[in-house]
Design a protein around this ligand. Structure first.
Ligand SMILES: Nc1nc2c(ncn2[C@@H]2O[C@H](COP(=O)(O)OP(=O)(O)OP(=O)(O)O)[C@@H](O)[C@H]2O)c(=O)[nH]1
Ligand SMILES: [Mg+2]
Length: 406
């Protein structure tokens, strides 16, 4: 017996059943139905797998067939419909009709059907696992190696639309042979966006920088970390300024850090006070300016404008990697007009997918000054190199035992 088994996809179950009927006839037996995601830009669809009716024509010997179950009836199907199938059903007078009207059968046959059904379901699940990457590739219509890279980027938290763009561009780059292959091309493209620069605490000469960004991303904590690194590692003279007179306790928070480190921490309520404060710390090598996290773009723009009163101040936009790719892209859109000079990624330790930071880096193409991955001052602050930044979005593939043995 050779079965004709086919899979159909349609926008809804009515259309899917009509397609089954048209292709396999009214006696078709439904094997499974499920909803499948339609890919990046398509809607979910109903997927129906069905067998042609004649595939299951072989008669099954039955015990105790009564007058209502004449011999030669269609054999009970192990591949009953996924939805709406009654427990204990065994005889199917005719494919799609049986779907609507199951009949009772004896217990032995019912449990056999149950077993077979379970085994079909297990096979289906195993197949789904094995072919997940290939499926992703088919949906994007990209080769399996590119689909596997796409899946790794997504698993790392990279925004799906960016992951797709990356693998497509990498495929173009590797149309002619190239060192590093496809993965090397993706890493090169990531490296064009995730660009390192000198750590802020190692800057030469007198330098001023201000941290701006949404509420609670870790601006003040990161500022303290930078100050401590500059003091301890680079032996610089450091001063702290803040224009955050908005949040209760903000000035105290900075003053406390200043006290612990034995450095000045001054508060400025407006442009005039900020210029004066900057003047008062003119012997400092590194002046670090804290701002208030505000959700309104106008308030944030006002703060950026205010800190620009300091000559040559560098604006570092702090974004939390823990907020996810969509939120990061929205934040980047909101802050792009402030023309920040650097990006600073915080809360990498809390990020489900650190590759989400790419969403900010593509929208605000600026070097990454440093990253923070915890609350400890100053330990949880790092200046990453080029390869380490790329690793955030695409870490090296785990080595298989085969590779290790090689
Ligand atoms: N897990 C984790 N927590 C952090 C990190 N950086 C800062 N935090 C914590 O985040 C919270 C907010 O930190 P702040 O430094 O006050 O954040 P902020 O951006 O200055 O907040 P506002 O001034 O209110 O906008 C604190 O509990 C910090 O300890 C980090 O890299 N990882
Ligand atoms: Mg703060």
């Amino acid at each position: 017996m050779s079965a004709t088994v086919r899979t159909f996809r349609a926008p809804d179950s009515t259309a899917a059943l009509a397609a089954v009927k048209a292709a396999l006839g009214p006696d078709a037996i439904l094997i499974s139905t499920r909803t499948v995601q339609g890919g990046l830009f398509r809607r979910p669809e109903v997927e129906v797998t069905a067998a042609a009716g004649d595939a299951l024509e072989a008669p099954v010997p039955r015990r105790g067939d009564g007058p209502s179950s004449p011999r030669g009836d269609r054999a009970p199907s192990a591949t009953a419909p996924a939805a709406g199938d009654g427990q204990g059903e065994g005889r199917r007078p005719s494919g799609l009709a049986a779907y609507a009207a199951p009949r009772p059968v004896d217990d032995a046959l019912a449990s056999e059907v149950q077993l077979l059904r379970r085994s079909v379901e297990e096979t289906r699940r195993a197949l789904a696992t094995v072919t997940r990457e290939a499926r992703a590739g088919r949906e994007l219509e990209i080769p399996p190696a590119a689909a596997a890279l796409h899946a790794r980027l997504i698993a790392r938290g990279v925004e799906p639309v960016l992951a797709e763009e990356l693998v497509r561009q990498a495929l173009q780059l590797t149309a002619s042979p190239r060192a590093g292959g496809l993965e090397g091309a993706v890493r090169d493209l990531l490296g064009e966006r995730l660009v390192p620069c000198r750590a802020p605490w190692l800057h030469d000469g007198r330098h001023a920088l201000a941290l701006i960004g949404p509420t609670g991303v870790g601006k003040t904590t990161t500022l303290a970390k930078i100050a401590a690194r500059a003091l301890l590692e680079a032996k610089k003279k450091v001063a702290l300024l803040t224009v955050d007179t908005y949040r209760i306790g903000a000035c105290d928070q900075l003053a406390r850090y200043g006290e612990i480190m034995g450095i000045p921490a001054l508060v400025a309520r407006d442009r005039g006070e900020l210029v004066q404060a900057y003047e008062r710390v003119k012997d400092a090598d590194l002046v670090l300016v804290d701002t208030a996290g505000r959700s309104s773009p106008e308030d944030v723009a006002r703060q950026a404008e205010l800190v620009r009163a300091i000559p040559k101040v560098q604006l570092h936009l702090v974004v939390s990697a823990a907020t996810g790719a969509l939120e990061l892209s929205a934040v980047a859109e909101r802050y792009r007009d402030l023309r920040p000079d650097r990006l600073l990624f915080s809360k990498l330790d809390e990020a489900a997918g650190p590759g989400a930071v790419l969403s900010a880096a593509v929208r605000i193409p600026r070097p990454v000054s440093c990253v923070a991955d915890g609350q400890r001052v100053p330990e949880d602050l790092h200046a990453l190199g080029a390869a380490e930044l790329v690793d955030l979005a695409l870490p090296p593939a785990p080595r298989t035992p085969q590779h290790e043995g090689a």
